[in-house]
Design a protein around this ligand. Structure first.
Ligand code: NDP
Ligand code: 8X3
Length: 250
């Protein structure tokens, strides 16, 4: 099987890459950092194809897909994983550039990859698109503003794809993780403030990138007559909170 993973250079994407290669699948590993991809290529061998890609540079995507070498040209599974949160301030204190970068990466990147890859899947009547959403796409929280908005888009886009793909054998899943420690996610969200990032995972047992890698591998290996529409996963330590009321003193 050939699996194209965006954001293969770290976190969930790297964890899934290693699992797939261990099972003998080919991985087209896409990300911006060539040094990270090259290190993986050295470790994983010729089943791994490193591809420099900035998913937010949407105009560049179709040609990158066309230029894939013959052995990697057929994309059986597309994992739209590249994404980021930038900032956790309330909307009124947020940075507009951060907001735009989240939309460019999390929304436009997913659109561009899907648009470039889906027609060939339809022509073959087989394929699987897994989008990495988030609990932030369903559950509002303080500081989630645009990040949650982008993941709500990813969720609804995934469900709408399935609606369009009626009568085909193509599967689409939106995987919606909660708190996951040990990836670069919070370091990036807090703009390199690694102490602040570490505090997000302090004092409880979170999930790990390996846990998400295992879940993604399970999805990919699941029977082809089953479509997991949405899959929300959280650490047991995490759960829903009540709605909030700002009380007044009078
Ligand atoms: P990481 O920050 O560890 O990894 C993100 C990956 O995306 C990196 O490989 C990075 O590579 C790549 N990436 C970022 N921007 C771009 C871009 N413009 N073009 C191409 N690649 C890009 O994050 P996680 O593994 O934790 O997160 C992966 C996904 O899961 C994201 O979509 C995130 O929103 C989502 N998620 C994360 C959760 C968490 O708690 N960790 C929970 C729920 C969802 P490079 O920098 O080399 O380009
Ligand atoms: C990442 C999980 O809770 O930080 O999508 O939004 S959360």
């Amino acid at each position: 099987m050939n699996v194209l993973i965006t954001g293969a250079s770290a976190g969930f994407g790297e964890a899934l890459t290693k699992r797939l290669i261990a099972k003998g699948h080919r991985v087209i590993g896409c990300a911006r950092r060539l040094d990270k991809l090259n290190a993986l290529a050295e470790e994983l061998g010729e089943l791994f194809l490193p591809v420099v890609m900035d998913v937010s540079d949407t105009a560049s995507i179709p040609q990158i897909i066309v230029d894939l070498p013959d052995d990697f040209k057929q994309i059986d599974v597309l994992v739209n994983n590249a994404g980021l949160a930038l900032g956790a301030e309330p909307a009124q204190e947020s940075n507009l550039d951060d907001w735009m970068r989240m939309v460019d990466t999390n929304v436009k990147g997913v659109m561009a990859l899907t648009h470039a890859v889906l027609p060939a899947m339809v022509a073959r009547d087989s394929g699987y698109i897994i989008n990495i959403g988030s609990i932030a796409g369903s559950w509002p929280y303080y500081g989630g503003n645009v990040y949650g908005g982008t993941k709500a888009f990813v969720k609804q886009f995934s469900l709408n794809l399935r609606a369009d793909l009626i009568g085909t054998q193509i599967r689409v899943t939106n995987l919606e993780p909660g708190n996951v420690a040990g990836t670069e996610f919070s370091n990036i969200r807090y703009h390199g403030d690694n102490d602040k990032a570490a505090k997000v995972y302090d004092g409880f047992k979170s999930m790990t990138g390996d846990d998400i890698g295992d879940i993604l591998l399970w999805l990919i290996e699941s029977p082809t007559h089953i479509n997991v529409n949405r899959l929300e996963v959280m650490p047991v330590a995490q759960t829903y909170n009540g709605l909030t009321i700002a009380k007044q003193d009078d």
